[in-house]
Ligand binder design. Structure first.
Ligand SMILES: Nc1ncnc2c1ncn2[C@@H]1O[C@H](COP(=O)(O)OP(=O)(O)O)[C@@H](O)[C@H]1O
Ligand SMILES: [Mg+2]
Length: 1081
C-alpha cells in the first residue's frame, strides 16, 4: 500500500460497534441493541472478530456496486466498515498469497440471506480474480450454475419466495495465480417431499411453473402438457404466481444458463421430459377394486395420463400399470408378489415422483460438475462456499429438521474447533502466554446423534432394518431406553423419569438440547423418511423405459444387477455426506457468515427483537463472542496500531523513527495503560479488554478534535494567507500595469511637449546658427572676394613683369580662334548644296556666333549665286538682264507678269530674215531687229483690233501688214515718251508719242499683244542703252489718257466677262472713252 493512501479503520464513523467483540458490557440485550442500531442505519454487516453477521435488509442497498468492490479490494479486514466483501477479499487473498484453502460457511435460517450472501461472495471473487477469455468462460459457467440449481432446487415458501430446498457446497478451484479453473458442487438433502405436497401458501419447485409459463406451445405439445397449473395435482394453486417473480422469464434464464454451463439440446429436452413425467405422475389416480380375498386392490382410474407419461418416457404402459397394483418382494431366491391397496398405490406413486425428481436433481448437479470440472490435473487451491440451511426450530419438527440441526451442530463443532485452534495458534505464533479459554463444546450433542453404537441415527437405522413390525413409536421406545441418561436428550417416557411431569413434552416426541437451544421432534414419519422406500417393481419399470436419462437415474432397476441388500437409509447417507463435508472443511481455513432474518414479513426496516434474539441464540453468536473474547478481545498489527494512536503521545507524534513495536510500547507506557490489559506479541499488540481499546479510541477522538482544530486553524490561516497573497499579487500586478500605463501616458505627454519645446528651441537655434552661418559665409565670401581681388592685384602686380600685358587677350583670342576654327571646320563638313534655291543652313553652335552665322549664310548664298551666275554666257546674261528688268518693272504691278516669267524672251518670233515672205520688209529695215512679232493694233476710231507685224530695232519700231509685210508706220523711238499699261492680265498697251512730232499726227498707238512684257521691256532697254534719249516712262494704271489726233481719250479697264472667250475686248465708247473689259482672274 502506498504511503499516501489514507488509512482508515473499522473504528471510524462507527455506528454502535462494528465488531461485537468490542461490545461493552456484553449481554444479549446490548448485542441485539447494537444490531438494531446498525440495522436502522442500513449497516447490515457486523463483525464478531472475523465472523460476519449479516442481516437481511429486504431491500437493495447501494453497497454492492463495482465501486465498492474496488474499495474493498486488497484492503485489510479492519480497515473499512464491516462488509461481506471484506471477508471475501480476506479469504481470496489468503488463498492466493498464503496458499491456504478457504471455506466460507454461510448459515442462518431460511430467508436470512444465505444464498444471496453466497452469490455476493462468488461475484466478488469473480470480479477480483484474473481476467482473460478462458478465465471469463470458467467464471461465467460457475456463476451460471446458480440459476439452474435454483430453478430445480428452490421454491417459494412462507419464509422466502426463493428458498433453497437443498444444501449446497461448492468448491471453486484456482490455479497458483488465483485464476479460477473450475469447481465442484455437492448437494445435500433436497426437500423432495415438496414434489408431491406443499404446505399452505407455498409452491412446488420453480421449474414446474417456469416450464408451464415459459415453454413454447411446440415444446408443451411435445411434452404433452397444457399451459394450465390447475390441471396438475402436484402443483399447489393458492400461490401459483408469486409477486415479483416472472416464471416465463425465469424459464428463459434457466435455458440460457443451461446452455452456458454446457448442457446439450437433447439433454435439456430429456430433463424437461422428466419434469413433465413428474407432473403426469401426479395426475395418475387410483380406485379400489374388490378382490376375492376381501382386500381391495388398486387400479388406475383414468389411464390417459398414465398412457401419456409412458409415451413420453417410452415405458410400456402395462408394466407401469402393474407396478402400481403389485409389489414383488424377493427374499432368498424367492419371489412373493402382493397386491397394493389404493393407499399403497398412492404411496408408491408419490415415492416414485419424489425419487424421480430428487435423482434428476442429483444428476443435474453431477452434470454441472462435469462441465465446470477443472481441466488441469495440477495442484489447485480451493475456496469452498457452503450455503446450507441453518438451524430450524418449528412448532412441528420432523426428520428433516433433525437432520438439518444435526448438520448445524456439526458445523458449530467445526467452528469451535477451528476458531479456538486458530486463536491458540495465533497466541503461539505471537509468543503470547496461553490462557485457557472456557467455552461450551457441543461434541457431546454430536455424539448423541451420530454415535455408531447408541447414537440416535444409528438407533433409527437399527429400527428400520429390524425385522418385524417397525413403527415410529417403537423407535421412540428404543431411544427412551438407549439415550435416557444423556444430558441433552429429553423424553417424557425415558428411563430417566425426570421429564414425566413435563407437559411441554408430548408423548410422541423427544427433545434435544442443541447448542443453540432445545428442539422438540415429533417421531412421526421418522422411520418412513429414513427408509425412503421405492418398490422395486417401480424402479424396474423405470429402468425399462426407452429413455437413456431415465435408465441412468434408476440403475437399481437393472434386472441383471439385482441387489438384495437394502439401499442405505437416508439418515445413513446424510451422516456419511456430512462427515465427508466435515473432513473437507477441517482441512480449510473457515470464514463465517452468519445470516439473520430481521422479521417474518420479508419487509425492509422492520426489526423484530424477539425473532432476532431467537436467531442470535440458536446461531450461538453470544457463544461466538465469548469464545473470541476469552483470550484477548482485540489484536492489531503494530504498524496500524501505532499509525492510529501515535498522536496520543508526544514521543510518537508526528513521526516515530524507531521500530513500530517500540513505538507502541512507548505509547502505552505514556498513556499509563495497566500492564495486565495488554500483551506484546511478535507482530501484534493484544488488548485484553475492549474498554482499553475504547479508552484509546476516546483519547484519539479528543486528540483528533484538537488536531482537527489545529489543522483547521493552519488550513484557515493558510487559506487566508494564500488568498491574501493572491490578492496582493493581483494588486501588485494591477498596480504595475496601471503604473506602467500612467507612466507611459505621462512619458508620452512629456515626450510630446519636449519635442515641441525642443523643436522650437532647435528651430530658434538653427535659425540663429543659420543667420550666423550666413553672415559668416557672407563675410567669408566678402573676404574671399576681397582676398581674391587683393591677391589678383597682388599677383598681377607681382607678375605683371613676367607676362605681357595683353596675355589675357591673346589667350582670349586664341580661344576664340580655336572655337572659330572648330566652328568653321564643323561648318565645312555640314555645308549645304550649291543650289541657290537650297534653303538649308546648319544650326548655329554658339549663341555669340549668331550674327556671324547669319552673315556667313548670306555670304555663302551670295557667293553661290555669284558662282551660279558666273557660269552664264553673254547671251544668257542678256536674257537674264532683260528678265530682271522686266521683273523690276512689272513684278507685283501687273497681273500679266507672272505668266511671262517662264517664257524666254526670244525676240524674233517671225524669223524675218529667213522667211522669204518678209523679204521686202526685211530689206526695209536696215538695223538689227530686236523683236518681231504679230500684234493687234486697236483702231482708234472704233476700238477694233487688226493684226500687224511689230518690229523693234534700236531706234524704231515698225508696224507692218502681217500678210504683205508692207510697212505701215515706222516711229523713231525718240518720239515715244511713255508707255501705259493696265494692272490687269490684258495685253493692251498704249505708246504715247511726243507732242508735235511727225509720228504723232495720227495720235498715240493703242496696241495689244500677249508678249506685252517682253515688248515693253525691250522697248525700255533700247531707251536706256541710248544716251541721247530720255528714259521711257512706264505708266501702270487702269485708267490713262491717250491722244487720238486732237482728242484726249481715256482708256479705262474694267473687269467683266468678255463676250468672246477669255481674251480682253476693247471698245470705243465715245470720243472720250475707250473701254477695255478684262476677264476676271
Ligand atoms: N444482501 C441482501 N440485499 C437485499 N436483499 C436481500 C439480501 N439478502 C437477502 N435478500 C432478500 O432476501 C431474500 C431471501 O434471501 P435468500 O438468500 O434466498 O435466503 P436463504 O438462502 O437464507 O433462504 C432474497 O430473495 C432477497 O429478496
Ligand atoms: Mg437459500
Amino acid at each position: 500500500m502506498s504511503k499516501m493512501e489514507v488509512k482508515t479503520s473499522l473504528l471510524d464513523n462507527m455506528i454502535g460497534v462494528g465488531d461485537m467483540v468490542l461490545l461493552e458490557p456484553l449481554s444479549e440485550e446490548s448485542f441485539i441493541d447494537n444490531l438494531r442500531k446498525r440495522f436502522d442505519h442500513n449497516e447490515i454487516y457486523t463483525y464478531i472478530g472475523s465472523v460476519v453477521i449479516s442481516l437481511n435488509p429486504y431491500k437493495s442497498l447501494p453497497i454492492f456496486t463495482a465501486d465498492k468492490v474496488e474499495e474493498y479490494r486488497n484492503r485489510n479486514f479492519y480497515e473499512l466498515s464491516p462488509h461481506i466483501y471484506a471477508l471475501a477479499d480476506e479469504a481470496y487473498r489468503s488463498l492466493r498469497d498464503q496458499d491456504k484453502d478457504q471455506c466460507i460457511l454461510i448459515t442462518g435460517e431460511s430467508g436470512a440471506g444465505k444464498t444471496e450472501a453466497s452469490k455476493l461472495v462468488m461475484s466478488y471473487v469473480a470480479a477480483v480474480c484474473g481476467k482473460g477469455h478462458e478465465v471469463n468462460k470458467v467464471k461465467e459457467q460457475l456463476l451460471q450454475s446458480n440459476p439452474v440449481l435454483e430453478a430445480f432446487g428452490n421454491a417459494k415458501t412462507v419464509r422466502n419466495d426463493n428458498s433453497s430446498r437443498f444444501g449446497k457446497y461448492m468448491d471453486i478451484e484456482f490455479d497458483f495465480k488465483g485464476d479460477p479453473l473450475g469447481g465442484v458442487i455437492s448437494n445435500y438433502l433436497l426437500e423432495k417431499s415438496r414434489v408431491v405436497k406443499q404446505p399452505r401458501g407455498e409452491r412446488n419447485f420453480h421449474i414446474f411453473y417456469q416450464l408451464l409459463s415459459g415453454a413454447s406451445e411446440d415444446t408443451l405439445r411435445k411434452l404433452k402438457l397444457d399451459r394450465d397449473f390447475s390441471k396438475y395435482n402436484y402443483l399447489s394453486l393458492d400461490s401459483a404466481t408469486v409477486n415479483g417473480l416472472d416464471d416465463a422469464a425465469g424459464f428463459r434464464t434457466v435455458r440460457n444458463a443451461m446452455q452456458i454451463v454446457g448442457f446439450m439440446e437433447d439433454e435439456m429436452q430429456s430433463v424437461l421430459e422428466l419434469v413433465a413425467a413428474v407432473l403426469k405422475l401426479g395426475n395418475i389416480e387410483f380406485k379400489p377394486e374388490s378382490r376375492v380375498n376381501g382386500f381391495d386392490e388398486s387400479r388406475v382410474k383414468d389411464k390417459n395420463d398414465l398412457k401419456e407419461m409412458c409415451e413420453l418416457l417410452g415405458i410400456e404402459q402395462s408394466v407401469l400399470e402393474r407396478a402400481f397394483s403389485f409389489r414383488t418382494v424377493e427374499a432368498k431366491l424367492e419371489k412373493v408378489s402382493t397386491t397394493l391397496n389404493v393407499a399403497q398405490a398412492y404411496y408408491a406413486r408419490d415415492a416414485l415422483a419424489k425419487n424421480l425428481y430428487s435423482r434428476l436433481f442429483s444428476w443435474l448437479v453431477q452434470r454441472i460438475n462435469e462441465s465446470i470440472k477443472a481441466q488441469t490435473k495440477s495442484r489447485k487451491k480451493v475456496m469452498g462456499v457452503l450455503d446450507i440451511y441453518g438451524f430450524e426450530i418449528f412448532e412441528d419438527n420432523s426428520f428433516e429438521q433433525f437432520i438439518i440441526n444435526y448438520c448445524n451442530e456439526k458445523l458449530q463443532q467445526i467452528f469451535i474447533e477451528l476458531t479456538l485452534r486458530e486463536e491458540q495458534e495465533e497466541y503461539i505464533r505471537e509468543g503470547i502466554e496461553w490462557t485457557n479459554i472456557e467455552y461450551f463444546n457441543n461434541a457431546i450433542i454430536c455424539d448423541l446423534i451420530e454415535n455408531n453404537q447408541n447414537g440416535i441415527l444409528a438407533m433409527l437405522d437399527e429400527e428400520c432394518l429390524r425385522p418385524g413390525t417397525v413403527t415410529d413409536e417403537t423407535f421412540l421406545d428404543k431411544l427412551n431406553t438407549v439415550c435416557a441418561e444423556h444430558q441433552h436428550f429429553e423424553s417424557r417416557l425415558s428411563k430417566n423419569s425426570k421429564f414425566l411431569t413435563d407437559h411441554s413434552l408430548p408423548h410422541n416426541c423427544f427433545r434435544i438440547q442443541h447448542y443453540a437451544g432445545k428442539v422438540l421432534y415429533r417421531v412421526e414419519g421418522f422411520v418412513d423418511k429414513n427408509n425412503d422406500l421405492l418398490y422395486r417393481d417401480l424402479s424396474q419399470a423405470m429402468y425399462k423405459a426407452n429413455h437413456s436419462l431415465m435408465k441412468m437415474l434408476f440403475p437399481e432397476g437393472n434386472p441383471d444387477k439385482v441387489n438384495l441388500k437394502r439401499p442405505p437409509t437416508a439418515g445413513f447417507q446424510f451422516r456419511a455426506s456430512v462427515s465427508t463435508l466435515m473432513k473437507n472443511l477441517q482441512t480449510k481455513n473457515p470464514n463465517y457468515i452468519r445470516c439473520i432474518k430481521p422479521n417474518e414479513k420479508k419487509a425492509p426496516h422492520i426489526f423484530t427483537d424477539s425473532l432476532v434474539c431467537h436467531q442470535v441464540r440458536y446461531l450461538g453468536l453470544m457463544e461466538n463472542v465469548r469464545v473470541r473474547r476469552a483470550g484477548y478481545a482485540f489484536r492489531q498489527a503494530y504498524e496500524p496500531c501505532l499509525e492510529r494512536y501515535k498522536m496520543l503521545c508526544k514521543q510518537t507524534w508526528p513521526h516515530w523513527r524507531g521500530p513500530t513495536r517500540k513505538g507502541v510500547e512507548v505509547l502505552l507506557t505514556d498513556l499509563q495503560v495497566p500492564a495486565e490489559e495488554f500483551s506484546y506479541g511478535r507482530s501484534k499488540i493484544f488488548i485484553r479488554n475492549p474498554r482499553t481499546l475504547f479508552f484509546l479510541e476516546e483519547k484519539r477522538r479528543h486528540c483528533l478534535e484538537d488536531l482537527a482544530t489545529l489543522i483547521q486553524k493552519i488550513y484557515r490561516g493558510w487559506k487566508c494567507r494564500t488568498h491574501f497573497l493572491l490578492l496582493k499579487k493581483s494588486q501588485v500586478v494591477v498596480a504595475a500595469w496601471y503604473r506602467r500605463y500612467a507612466q507611459q501616458k505621462k512619458y508620452q505627454n512629456i515626450k510630446r511637449s519636449t519635442i515641441i519645446v525642443q523643436s522650437f528651441i532647435r528651430g530658434w537655434k538653427a535659425r540663429k546658427i543659420l543667420r550666423e552661418l550666413k553672415y559668416q559665409k557672407r563675410c567669408e565670401e566678402a573676404v574671399t572676394t576681397i582676398a581674391a581681388y587683393w591677391h589678383g592685384t597682388q599677383v598681377r602686380r607681382e607678375y605683371r613683369k613676367f607676362f605681357r600685358a595683353n596675355a589675357g587677350k591673346k589667350i582670349y583670342d586664341f580661344t576664340v580662334q580655336r572655337i572659330m576654327q572648330k566652328y568653321f571646320l564643323g561648318l565645312k563638313n555640314t555645308m549645304p548644296s550649291m543650289s541657290p534655291t537650297d534653303k538649308n543652313w546648319p544650326a548655329r553652335p554658339y549663341q555669340f556666333l549668331d550674327g556671324t552665322h547669319q552673315a556667313l549664310r548670306r555670304i555663302f548664298h551670295l557667293w553661290r549665286c555669284k558662282k551660279y551666275r558666273s557660269q552664264f554666257t553673254e547671251e544668257k546674261k542678256a536674257i537674264y538682264e532683260e528678265k530682271l528688268e522686266a521683273s523690276q518693272m512689272f513684278k507685283d504691278k501687273k497681273a500679266l507678269y507672272p505668266s511671262s516669267v517662264g517664257q524666254p524672251f526670244k525676240g524674233d518670233y517671225l524669223e524675218i530674215k529667213k522667211n522669204p515672205k518678209y523679204q521686202k520688209l526685211n530689206s526695209a529695215v536696215e538695223e538689227k531687229i530686236l523683236l518681231a512679232d504679230v500684234i493687234n493694233k486697236i483702231n482708234r476710231a472704233n476700238g477694233k483690233s487688226t493684226p500687224r507685224i511689230f518690229l523693234l530695232t534700236k531706234s524704231h519700231f515698225v508696224l507692218a501688214d502681217h500678210k504683205t509685210g508692207q510697212v505701215k508706220v515706222s516711229v523713231p523711238l525718240s518720239d515715244v515718251t511713255s508707255v501705259s499699261v493696265s494692272t490687269q492680265s490684258d495685253g493692251f498697251f498704249a505708246l504715247k508719242l511726243k507732242e508735235g512730232s511727225t509720228s504723232a499726227a495720227k495720235g498715240d498707238f493703242l496696241l495689244s499683244s500677249e508678249r506685252l512684257i517682253e515688248i515693253i521691256t525691250k522697248l525700255y532697254r533700247t531707251g536706256s542703252a541710248t544716251a541721247d534719249r530720255e528714259q521711257l516712262n512706264i505708266d501702270i494704271t487702269d485708267e490713262f489718257l491717250v491722244q487720238f489726233k486732237q482728242d484726249k481719250v481715256c482708256v479705262k479697264f474694267i473687269q467683266g466677262s468678255p463676250k468672246n472667250g477669255n481674251s480682253a475686248t476693247c471698245k470705243r465708247k465715245n470720243n472720250r472713252l475707250v473701254e477695255v473689259s478684262v476677264p476676271s482672274p
